[in-house]
Design a protein around this ligand. Structure first.
Ligand SMILES: [Zn+2]
Length: 241
């Protein structure tokens, strides 16, 4: 099996979750020359709009906009994401193939069960991938760093990534999921228009909010369980007074 040695891998439950929570960060890292990837746990087949085929096309378009090197679906059933043994083993095999240094997971508390289960499944899959005796293919590998994307969680981030220069491109990547947000011709219901207006307003407001916390225009928030180590306190960013 070919090893991909990704620098950064974002894992989430549904296609478009990654775009909405850390798309700007993925693009920023790709622009810095890092190799990035997205693993959607499900194909989003329970979504009320669009088919899995349409969503797969949209996901590929969004991946291109965010310049990710790799994107695939794990094949867990939508609305039934669980940290079950068989899913963890499949995820661990993918981690061994991709060998990411850093992994972004959804925050572990959420309204949608798929989102919080995705967090646990992601963490445990990454852990198992490092066990040499695991009965799966590939050389043992464990990511060095786990980050949690917390755009939609009510918790204080550990740090915020400045995505001001990437915001417009991230917006395009989110709107690439047109079947979710835009009505088809002859299907123009007020409901969908409202959805896209609200989505635009909400994603702008969230990114502005987190940007303001670090004194830039737009930002994406993350949490890590470990403390941050600082080597040079004179060169720390974000003005205090
Ligand atoms: Zn989702």
């Amino acid at each position: 099996m070919e090893k991909l040695n990704l620098d950064l891998l974002a894992i989430a439950a549904h296609p478009d979750d990654v775009e909405l929570t850390c798309g700007g960060t993925l693009l920023t890292m790709a622009q810095l020359g890092y190799k990035t990837g997205i693993l959607d746990l499900t194909a989003g087949e329970m979504g009320t709009r669009g088919t899995p085929q349409i969503r797969a096309r949209e996901a590929a378009k969004a991946a291109k906009l965010l310049r990710v090197s790799w994107r695939d679906t794990l094949g867990v059933p939508d609305s039934d994401v669980q940290p079950a043994r068989q899913h963890k083993l499949r995820l661990a095999a993918v981690i061994r193939q991709l060998r990411p240094k850093t992994v972004i997971l959804p925050y572990w508390e959420a309204r949608h069960p798929d989102h919080y289960h995705a967090s646990t499944l992601g963490y445990e899959g990454c852990f198992l991938a490092g066990l040499k005796q695991l009965p799966i293919a590939g050389e043992a590998h464990r990511p060095f760093k786990i980050l949690y994307s917390i755009s939609y969680a009510d918790v204080r981030p550990t740090f915020v990534v400045d995505i001001s220069a990437q915001y417009e491109q991230r917006r395009k990547a989110i709107l690439a999921f047109a079947s979710q947000f835009r009505p088809k011709k002859g299907e123009r219901t007020g409901k969908v228009h409202l959805a896209i207006d609200r989505l635009e307003a909400e994603m702008n407001q969230l990114a502005r909010h987190y940007g303001q916390l670090i004194g830039v225009q737009y930002g994406e928030p993350f949490l890590q369980k470990e403390l941050m180590q600082v080597k040079d306190v004179v060169k720390m960013e974000v003005r205090s007074i």
